[in-house]
Design a protein around this ligand. Structure first.
Ligand code: N01
Length: 539
């Protein structure tokens, strides 16, 4: 014990992460005059939008909706240049928010939280960092993000590669020059698909290593129309309120095209409707008919339509066939791209099917698959994240009696409302597993969680209570609820190894982690509060 740093800082609230969750949490703490500090591993704000600065990184939620709603002046004064924002534009916005609300004074950058232990005697969290801090706080709020723990594959020989290697989720700040280089991209989720056409603009060659194809929808991105912007800004409250009623808390402006089943439409009629939705761009395609995401028959019609688009876009039929997923559309996270399929018509872009001939090792010169050696100057790992739980479990979190979060979640994450874990008093997880999180507009979900947590702290202060904690019963019934909501949906189709299920990480328990249905979730939270924080023990 003698070599442990002494506690140097006493806080009301320790916040981990200076992304959109941590920043808004800090702002609310400032408003409520609670002593709060954010610990952030990066040198700047933005969280996921700080780290994912790979070429082509762009949000798949529209800019006018992927922004905070809590401050009406901020909403009015900020201008987004494009319908879907690039990483640099979102990072710029995050920096603007940090300055405008004077957040930096309480953000400790370049500091990674390594451990957090609930001290049973003092009933406070002891937070430790890689900079030697030892902080005591009444509350610990995790704004660590859902897709922020990057994973590398474990190919033999990775260290031996003599060229440059990068992970999309840990992209360096300095410009990478792809000019005239032979580039490998491993992975065909959102990151690999977004990066491919942009890197191919300057690279000598881009070789995409695909194990599983994704469904990608065109974004129809472009400059925002000032008339549309003015209209949204004139009616922002109504736009936001209408979004709150939709399952993903976004896209109300585009409406639900129809209410009838795709199965009732004639072939010609449904082709026309799907074509319209496809041309509109983005995920609204899946709302063209209400049942596309619901029944297998309807889903197959949507999937066939997209496969047809891939065939008509990609000139080489063999490449088109390889790029066409066979699974239901939407069971894995769909991608939104700008020119991905088109890129395969360029002479410098090619596809390698590593399902047929897996990668055997990384060599000093490149990548050796079961049937060939491919030489490269740069390897881009677009291999994804240990989603939802990874960032939390990479910190040694210990609750009552020293129980680790890793132990508590050994059979998959268990939370109450995605906000708290039984046995971990005063720990809050913003957009944690068991909440809508990645299945809804993240920024709106973040605001709802932060508001819940802040109101809860106020309630605790008013009652003079020190700790709040979910009961094991409430947690179990919440876990059952989340499982029952997804039962029988495409999300849990056994053919789809999605990161929603943790199926992309070897050894991770296969459990569906987010919760579909934002409005029902909000209703439940409101009910919990109305019933005096039902399911929690306040002591
Ligand atoms: O990661 P992914 P991502 N050998 O997990 C492959 C959000 N996001 O970074 O499917 C070979 O989707 C893996 O193959 P397979 C968005 O929510 C949003 O692209 O496991 N291949 C897969 O193809 C997204 O869903 C935006 O067979 C290996 C790929 O790597 C989430 O982040 C932009 C492999 C990983 O795809 C994650 O996206 C970017 C191996 N050993 C990200 N290991 C937008 O807002 C993995 N792969 C638009």
């Amino acid at each position: 014990m003698a070599d442990q740093p002494t506690t140097t800082l006493e806080l009301d609230v320790a916040i981990v992460g200076a992304g959109f969750a941590g920043m808004y949490m800090l702002h609310r703490m400032h408003q409520d005059q609670r002593a709060a500090r954010v610990f952030e591993a990066a040198s700047g704000v933005g969280g996921t939008w700080y780290w994912n600065r790979y070429p082509g990184a762009r949000c798949d939620v529209e800019s006018l909706e992927y922004c905070y709603s809590f401050d009406k002046d901020l909403e009015q004064e900020w201008s987004w240049p494009e319908r879907y924002s690039t990483q640099p534009d979102i990072e710029k916005y995050a920096n603007h928010v940090a300055d405008r609300f004077d957040l930096r004074k309480d953000i400790q950058f370049n500091t990674r939280v390594t451990a957090a232990t609930f001290d049973d005697a003092s009933e406070r969290w002891i937070v430790e960092t890689d900079q030697g801090d030892r902080v005591s706080a009444q509350y610990l709020v995790m704004g660590t993000g859902c897709l922020s723990a990057p994973i590398y594959p474990d190919f033999a020989g990775m260290e031996s590669f003599s060229g440059e290697s990068y992970h999309t989720g840990l992209w360096p700040k300095e410009e990478i020059d792809f000019g005239g280089k032979r580039v490998a991209i491993i992975g065909t989720g959102s990151s690999g698909i977004q990066a491919t056409p942009v890197i191919a603009e300057t690279a000598k060659s881009v070789t995409v290593f695909q194990r599983t194809p994704s469904f990608s929808l065109p974004s129809d991105n472009g400059p925002l129309d000032p008339v549309e912007v003015a209209d949204v800004k004139a009616h922002y409250d109504e736009v936001r309120a209408a979004n709150q009623l939709l399952p993903a808390a976004l896209g109300a402006r585009w409406g639900n095209a129809r209410e009838d089943s795709v199965l009732e439409a004639s072939v010609a009629e449904r082709e026309e409707v799907l074509e319209d939705a496809w041309t509109q761009g983005g995920f609204t395609f899946m709302r063209a008919y209400p049942d596309l995401a619901l029944t297998p028959e309807a889903n197959t019609i949507a999937a066939d339509f997209v496969r047809g688009k891939i065939r008509s876009t990609v000139e080489d039929p063999a490449t088109a066939a390889l790029l066409s997923p066979e699974v239901p559309i939407g069971c894995k996270r769909m991608v939104m791209d700008s020119g991905y399929y088109e890129a395969f018509n360029q002479p410098n872009v090619s596809l390698v099917d590593i399902r047929a001939a897996p990668i055997e090792e990384i060599t000093p010169d490149g990548i050796r698959t079961a049937d060939a050696q491919h030489d490269f100057d740069i390897i881009v790992y677009a291999t994804g994240f240990d989603a939802m739980t990874g960032a939390l479990l990479r910190i040694d979190i210990r609750g009552r009696g020293g129980e680790t979060l890793r132990e508590a979640w050994s059979a998959g994450p268990r939370t109450y409302l995605g906000l708290n874990v039984a046995g971990f008093p005063n720990l809050f997880t913003i957009t944690g597993p068991g909440s809508p999180s990645v299945l809804a507009n993240m920024i709106i979900g973040i605001e709802q969680h932060v508001n819940f947590i802040t109101d809860c702290m106020t309630h605790m202060s008013e009652l003079g209570r020190q700790t709040i904690e979910a009961t094991p019963e409430a947690q179990e019934s919440w876990v059952d609820h989340v499982n029952s909501v997804v039962e029988g949906t495409v999300f849990v189709d056994p053919r789809c190894n999605s990161w929603y299920l943790g199926a992309n990480v070897e050894g991770k328990t296969r459990v569906f982690m987010p919760l579909p249905g934002y409005p029902q979730y909000v209703e439940k939270c409101e009910e919990v509060v109305a019933k005096g924080y039902e399911g929690f023990v306040l002591a």
